[in-house]
Design a protein around this ligand. Structure first.
Ligand code: ADP
Length: 230
């Protein structure tokens, strides 16, 4: 299932909206930060200096969130480097360890050739994989069957490409969902943004790769990412 240029336009538009909103929010935040610093001596006199610290820390946190959001919706050319696949997948798996334990789900990382390398922007590729694995965990959380949740991550090198696969035994998807899942804003979740896979798709396309999905209702889903070697 391929995504059209129209869908990429939607993401580009989202990037612009994000930039505009971030700009509008940053200005008042900067001014609040400035005034609270001016008020600091008065708060010190009142013995309430910690209040100023909380306000400033929270403003800084809000700014960081805006920055992260802007970065995740902004198309950026990947800063590619040759990296080993095995440690990348190990690190990504580790990030989900606690959530997997809480959900009673196993994340299995197949044996990966330690010499296997791929030419990617590590931060972007991590982001793409995180989005896919988060969805797999969500699909397992929502499954009605009694089977223990299982996510299998594997990677192989083939000729001039690397194939990374993420398979789950979660809820699976009907055909309608499969045909829409890379659309920005398409979600079937109550609290979903519908951006995870759209961003993932763009990252992989920007790397000259492609992403495919196979899914069966009640059985699970498999995402296959193909990336060209350097
Ligand atoms: P969100 O997670 O915010 O809904 P995504 O773009 O990441 O946005 O996913 C879009 C939709 O694709 C999800 O709402 C879900 O219906 C479907 N989906 C994605 N991955 C899976 C999966 N592994 N199993 C079942 N459904 C999935």
């Amino acid at each position: 299932i391929e995504q059209s240029a129209y869908q990429n336009d939607k993401l580009a538009m989202l990037g612009k909206i994000a930039a505009a909103i971030a700009h509008e929010i940053r200005n008042p935040l900067t001014s609040i930060r400035g005034f609270i610093q001016l008020l600091r001596p008065h708060l010190v006199q009142l013995g309430k200096e910690e209040y100023a610290k909380i306000v400033i820390d929270e403003i800084d946190r809000a700014n960081e969130i805006i920055y992260e959001f802007l970065n995740s919706s902004k198309p950026s050319t990947p800063d590619k480097q040759d990296i080993h696949v095995a440690p990348l997948l190990k690190e990504v798996k580790l990030l989900f360890e606690s959530e997997a334990i809480l959900k009673g789900c196993d994340i299995e990382l197949a044996e990966i050739d330690p010499a296997l390398t791929v030419c990617v922007d590590t931060k972007q590729m991590k982001q793409a994989l995180l989005n896919i694995i988060q969805n797999a965990l969500d699909a397992i959380g929502g499954t009605v069957c009694q089977e223990r949740g299982m996510i299998r991550i594997s990677a192989t090198g083939q000729a001039s490409q690397v194939i990374i696969s993420v398979q789950d035994n979660g809820s699976g998807m009907d055909f309608h969902t499969q045909s829409k899942l890379f659309d920005p804003f398409f979600t079937t979740k109550l609290d979903g943004t519908g951006l995870g896979l759209a961003v993932c798709y763009r990252i992989i396309k920007n790397h000259g790769g492609h992403i495919q999905v196979d899914s069966d209702i009640g059985l699970g889903t498999r995402f296959k990412i193909t990336l060209p070697l350097c």
